[in-house]
Design a binder for this molecule. Structure first.
Ligand SMILES: Cc1ncc(COP(=O)(O)O)c(C=O)c1O
Ligand SMILES: N[C@@H](CCCC[NH3+])C(=O)O
Length: 415
């Protein structure tokens, strides 16, 4: 079921007409659906069945406090990559004891903060990081729980910028180095070895790369057990893709079940780190057409949303569906490039879209709930968009639109 649905010609977000939301809160506007977020999270949680497990939502996909709070209330864990993300999780009521900390460049201060908050574990991405965690934990006189992020060298078959599990990528340690690093971790007095972690990339639409990676990881788990190193959890990362256009990724149930089947009767806790699969289709970006314009034979719809609001099309040539908020059956369709006001040729939300629109109409860019607002910027001194969450008929402003004055907050003139 899709909570962004059309009733007649009008697009609705749950029980709210999107045109009314745009009128009340202005554009560009991110609109999230609480019911969608909850449904997606439950799909992962339930598919794990009876096996002890933790769904650690990847905060980078969407770190709005209300989004994190909705998930925290469900009992979610969180995958974070910075002190800022951990602070957000805590501010949103998340439980630090359900937090895994990924990322290749953790600073000592971030490690100390995470230790003080009592996180579930660090996903260690290098030997040097392990040394640093030991050192910080020693200074604080605490034990740091860790798992090692292993790079299984499998091709995730996704965009090269979001592939992370190949040996040429910066993430994790190779399987061949893992034995030695685990042994070192075991010898450190302020480190407690807990698990193993891998994350091979994002927007994966096939199940096989996940299973290939898991097979390699399980082999390593067995070898480690023979070395006397017993792991209590396996973190399979995130990366499950969504349908933006015509992709047919496995349903979270199917994905989680395939993983559970591979684990068979092993006595091991399962952790997932889904981001996109929970949030992408739980959000839209609503934008207004400012002008229609034709250069030579190319038609442009110039809208008030831009690459600073949603960078995925510019950065990854990502395709996201763009639909009119109110359909106009009376108008003929025309092929448009949907472009923003930013002074870059790469500033587009979509190209060659058949739409029946006039200036002043509203468009919705679908699947914008993940890696939308979190990757937005103030480029061209554009205030960042507002974010709202609908819950049935209720609407909550979960982040106000930035003001012009806020754009130079913290800056100062020379004396
Ligand atoms: C370590 C880690 N975990 C989880 C995720 C979430 O990925 P996705 O949004 O593709 O589920 C990412 C991003 O790719 C990541 O780098
Ligand atoms: N930001 C990316 C995904 C990166 C995943 C982070 N490891 C996207 O929008 O597709």
């Amino acid at each position: 079921m899709d909570f962004f649905n059309r009733k007649g010609t009008e697009l609705y977000a749950e029980d709210c007409a999107v045109a009314d939301l745009a009128k009340t809160y202005g554009t560009p506007l991110f609109v999230y659906s609480r019911a969608t977020i909850e449904r997606h999270w439950h799909a992962f949680d339930q598919a794990a069945g009876e096996r002890p497990h933790l769904v650690c939502y990847a905060v980078k996909a969407n770190s709005n406090l209300a989004v994190l709070n909705v998930l925290a209330r469900l009992g979610s864990g969180f995958d974070i990559v910075s002190q800022g993300e951990l602070a957000r999780v805590i501010a949103a009521g998340g439980d630090p004891a359900k937090v895994v900390f990924s990322g290749v460049g953790k600073k000592s201060a971030e490690i100390a903060y995470a230790l003080q908050q009592g996180i579930y574990c660090f996903n260690v991405e290098s030997e040097a990081e392990l040394d640093r965690i030991q050192q910080v934990a020693q200074q604080l006189n605490v034990i740091a729980p860790i798992s090692l992020r292993v790079n299984p060298d499998v091709d995730a078959g996704t965009h090269p910028y979001i592939s992370t599990g190949l040996k040429e990528n910066k993430f994790g340690v190779s399987i061949s180095d893992a034995h030695r690093i685990y042994a070192k971790a075991e010898s450190y007095p302020h480190i407690a070895v807990k698990g193993i972690d891998c994350h091979i990339g994002s927007q994966l639409t096939e199940i096989n790369p996940f299973l290939d990676a898991l097979e390699r990881i399980l082999l390593l788990v067995d070898n480690l057990a023979q070395q006397g190193i017993e792991l209590s959890h396996i973190d399979v990362g995130g990366g499950l893709g969504v349908c933006y256009q015509d992709e047919q990724p496995p349903h979270p149930n199917e994905y989680a079940k395939a993983i559970a089947d591979k684990l068979a009767d092993r006595d091991i806790t399962l952790i997932y780190e889904p981001g996109r699969a929970i949030m992408a289709n739980a959000g839209i970006l609503v934008t207004e057409v400012e002008f229609l314009k034709t250069n030579q034979d190319r038609h442009f719809a110039i809208v008030d949303g831009a690459m600073n609001d949603l960078i995925r099309p510019s950065l990854y040539q990502a395709w996201q569906n763009i639909i009119p908020v109110v359909e106009r059956p009376e108008l003929a369709k025309q092929c448009y490039d949907i472009v923003g006001p930013v002074c870059e040729t790469g500033d587009f939300l979509g190209k060659n879209r058949e739409l029946a629109i006039n200036a002043g109409d509203l468009l919705a860019v679908r699947s914008s709930g993940a890696y939308g607002f979190t990757m937005s910027s103030n480029y061209n001194s554009r205030p960042r968009a507002a974010e709202i969450m609908v819950d049935g008929e209720q609407v909550y402003v979960v982040r106000e639109r930035e003001t012009i004055e806020s754009l130079w907050q913290g800056e100062s003139l020379l004396p």
